[in-house]
Write a protein that binds this ligand. Structure first.
Ligand code: SAH
Length: 212
């Protein structure tokens, strides 16, 4: 299969799973997932499946990335926070849709590797930090959009507090690592509205920075 065919299949799989937003599909067409997957799994980068990355973490399934990005409804002027940089793939897609993206991970090594890819791809509006994202990013708050790509028991309070009125947060929540629900939180003048989108499976949101 040549590159063009692989790309067609990749986009077809996204559409068939419900990713229909033209801007999201356009961004996912431009960001080559192959750059974010290394070693023996690199050849599977265009398949619709999660894959292992360094530090025992995973790069999410492309259709889940697409559906989460679509639910986040990112606008061109938005300042976006992502918790869980991982490979950097999701942040790279957000960078094409938003004005500014901040992404944090508790593994400094993942942050270093993602930063290098952002530089190589000339994605200058993404900033990656090593931090425990469950505390939010107070210096840069409030955010128009917040995307959490690790599962929490509940949407973390500091993140809710850092969401602008009118803002949207998408977060997987669940007590176990088997059953989690993807939740869309919308903040209005009156408070927070919660909408359950679908079931998902993410690595857990853990406390504190890791040494690696
Ligand atoms: N969005 C990533 C996939 C994320 S995997 C991608 O596109 O590849 C989930 C990531 O969340 C892991 O890298 C893990 O280290 C990170 N994580 C877990 N708990 C965290 C926390 N409290 N703060 C920041 N990152 C966290």
């Amino acid at each position: 299969m040549d590159d063009a065919e692989r790309k067609m299949q990749f986009l077809f799989a996204l559409r068939s799973k419900g990713v229909t937003d033209a801007r999201v599909l356009g961004a996912m067409e431009r960001i080559d997932r192959g750059r974010f997957v290394r070693g023996i799994f690199a050849e599977r980068a265009y398949e619709d499946m999660p894959l292992p990355i360094a530090c025992g973490q995973t790069i999410s399934q492309p259709s889940v990335v697409g559906l989460m990005t679509q639910a986040l409804d990112v606008q061109p002027r938005d300042k976006v926070l992502e918790i869980g940089t991982g490979s950097g793939y999701q942040a790279a897609i957000l960078s094409l849709l938003a004005r500014r993206v901040y992404t944090v991970d508790r593994h400094p090594r993942l942050v270093r590797e993602a930063r290098r890819i952002f530089e190589e791809m000339d994605l200058f509006n993404v900033t990656a930090f090593a931090a425990d994202g469950s505390h939010g990013l107070e210096d840069q708050a409030p955010f128009d959009r917040i995307l959490v790509t690790a599962a929490a028991e509940d949407p973390p309070g500091p993140l809710l507090a850092g969401l602008r009125i009118g803002g949207i947060m998408v977060v997987p929540v669940g007590q176990s690592d088997r059953v989690q629900s993807l939740i869309k939180v919308t903040r209005s003048e009156r408070g927070f509205d919660y909408e359950e989108l679908r079931s998902v499976r993410f690595v857990p949101l853990l406390e504190g920075l890791d040494k690696d």
